[in-house]
Design a protein around this ligand. Structure first.
Ligand SMILES: [Zn+2]
Length: 267
């Protein structure tokens, strides 16, 4: 299988080394390693250089953090252009749903507009490079992201760990956008409802590691092999065996990220 979204560079180096060495034996063929900002992109690039068959890098700017200054943004855009040939996607990019909610809860003002402009810039670059995009855009933010995807004519959009209103779900299905489920599909009823609703051919499995999970995963470090638990839980909701579910989700991920079967290289 392929972990469609993981923050590989956020693992401790020694933990990461052991993890990567044993992945193939655990049924994980490759990983889409997303980046948070310029420093994170550089670390992801370095990791991908060591194991290009296994690690498919994505470069972007995560929205749940302060905005980059002008110089960092210019350097990031240059970095993405320079490394486009070996990049699986532009990501993680999106809108700051949780930062905004927390700021408002504290009674502070929060300006979303600059984040929308940043996403607009990054989507413009992805469209120009002809690359898929990895989106962090949940709840009502998904509708704003859909508007921007339409504006740039982008069809290859992956809304990772998605949850949101039916209006967004219907629009995303209509456009053929992909979503991915994390290990929380095992224990979150809200996610299970979405998993039954979303077309099986537009679904992938991810861990968003090292983000920790609850339920049966409480206290366990998040490991890419947990996508096999995701596949089993998702398959059970659709009447697929775990093996059928793994095959379907892997085929979807290969198709979306343009990965060659077997060699794992980018098309
Ligand atoms: Zn993420």
């Amino acid at each position: 299988m392929i972990d469609a979204h993981i923050h590989l560079e956020q693992y401790e180096p020694d933990v990461l080394e052991d993890m990567l060495a044993e992945l193939r034996g655990q049924g994980v063929e490759s990983l889409v390693a997303v980046s948070m900002n310029l420093g994170s992109c550089a670390r992801t690039l370095e990791l991908a250089g060591k194991a290009p068959e296994l690690i498919k890098p994505a470069y972007g700017y995560h929205p749940e953090q302060p905005l980059p200054d002008e110089d960092e943004l210019a350097a990031l855009l240059r970095f993405i252009e320079e490394h486009a040939a070996d990049m699986a996607a532009v990501g993680e990019i999106g809108l700051p749903y949780y930062s905004r909610a927390e700021a408002l809860e504290r009674g502070e003002a929060f300006e979303t507009e600059p984040y929308i402009r940043l996403l607009d810039t990054l989507l413009g670059l992805a469209a120009r490079l002809g690359k898929p995009v990895v989106l962090h855009a949940v709840y009502e933010d998904a509708l704003t992201a859909c508007d921007l995807l339409d504006k740039h004519g982008i069809r290859d959009a992956h809304f990772h760990w998605f949850k949101g209103p039916e209006e967004a779900v219907a629009r995303m299905i209509e456009r053929g956008y992909y979503i991915s489920f994390t290990p929380d599909i095992v224990y979150e009823p809200e996610i299970q409802v979405l998993a039954k609703r979303y077309p099986p051919e537009l679904v992938m499995a991810e861990t968003d590691g090292p983000w920790p999970f609850e339920g049966p995963f409480t206290g366990r470090p998040t490991h890419p092999a947990m996508i096999r638990d995701v596949a089993a839980a998702w398959g059970a909701l659709h009447g697929y065996s775990p093996a059928e579910a793994e095959a379907l989700l892997s085929a979807n991920t290969q198709r979306f990220y343009r990965l060659h079967k077997g060699t794992g290289s980018l098309e």
